[in-house]
Design a protein around this ligand. Sequence first.
Ligand SMILES: NC(=O)c1ccc[n+]([C@@H]2O[C@H](COP(=O)([O-])OP(=O)(O)OC[C@H]3O[C@@H](n4cnc5c(N)ncnc54)[C@H](O)[C@@H]3O)[C@@H](O)[C@H]2O)c1
Ligand SMILES: N[C@@H](CCO)C(=O)O
Length: 353
Amino acid sequence: MTIYNIALIGFGGVNRALAELIATKNHLWERDLGFRLNIVAVSDLHLGSVISPNGLDAKTLVEANFAKGGFGQLSGGSSEADNETIIKTAPADIVVEATFTNPKDGEPAVSHCRWALQTGKHVVTTNKGPVAIAARELKSLAGANGVRFEYEGSVMSGTPVIRMAEKTLAGAEVTGFEGILNGTSNFVLGRMEGGLDFAAAVKEAQQLGYAEADPTADVEGFDVRLKVVILANELLGANLKPEDVTCKGISDLSPSDIEAAAKANSRWKLIGSAVRAEDGKVTGSVAPKRLALEHPLAAVNGATNAVSLNTELLGAVTITGPGAGRIETAYALLSDIVAIHAAGKSAVTKEAA
Ligand SMILES: NC(=O)c1ccc[n+]([C@@H]2O[C@H](COP(=O)([O-])OP(=O)(O)OC[C@H]3O[C@@H](n4cnc5c(N)ncnc54)[C@H](O)[C@@H]3O)[C@@H](O)[C@H]2O)c1
Ligand SMILES: N[C@@H](CCO)C(=O)O
């Protein structure tokens, strides 16, 4: 049985949910997946940082109601978030990056990932910044250091779109995609259809843990733009940057726009899409679209996401599932660790053969 020591960078909704899963499910993972997880360090902007080589009790971490700088009270703790020291020196096999997504340059998360990979630690992340902005560099750094950079939760939370497209649809030749890729804006549009005003709907999405720290990223389309870049670069072989993707959000949609759509048997949805042209050029866009009720994406409600992948050999293949949520996104981190574990096992098998 394998024990993976993990360092959590950011201890907000998602990493706290991962700690919750560790507290309740480690024994099942040990039995069913062949490993258990041991938290050896945590660093959070608000709470400070702590290293404990023998491991921190996940249940205590989740249940203790730490105040600002509260990790300073723990043995091996400090009231400051010293991410660089934690990432470089904690005895971790895997660094779990779940700090705020910075849609402009991906920092400081890009540096967090770099420090981890450079010091021979795997990285799993739900943070869209480093993946959209620096995936090529980080994947090559991971390869050079014999570790992995995994980021399933950066698109569609725990719903396995990236791995599904790359592994299960290998050879089907994806030529484009369109989808609902932001849980918050989809939730907000649905609540507005029910008569709630925009600001109140955004507040609900924040309370439910769907929204970004700054929900402007959700409602202005910037979050979807990062996801379009990630999927286009990953599945269509593009090399897009966020500024290459045209972007318009939902904040200009008024209650009368929503009402007019309903009267015409249609609904507004924020659609992210990309397509590869015959000459190989990939273009991407984010924009609200009025979809007829019969459109497959029109029935996708709440924080659910869906993406239709257009493939040469199968036609459209649509994947739908949770697009946001704390536990749902923590599951994505687990799925990344399962992938790391499986790759480690196949490396060992190859060596033995
Ligand atoms: N919540 C979701 O549904 C969801 C889904 C997919 C992806 N994500 C992404 O996962 C990441 C985490 O999401 P969340 O919901 O946990 O966010 P959150 O705002 O609840 O938590 C982020 C935590 O990171 C900490 N933090 C911020 N900057 C830091 C820094 N420089 N150093 C150390 N700590 C720092 C904050 O103090 C906070 O506790 C974000 O990048 C988000 O975009 C979230
Ligand atoms: N804020 C994002 C989280 C998932 O990336 C959303 O609402 O979709």
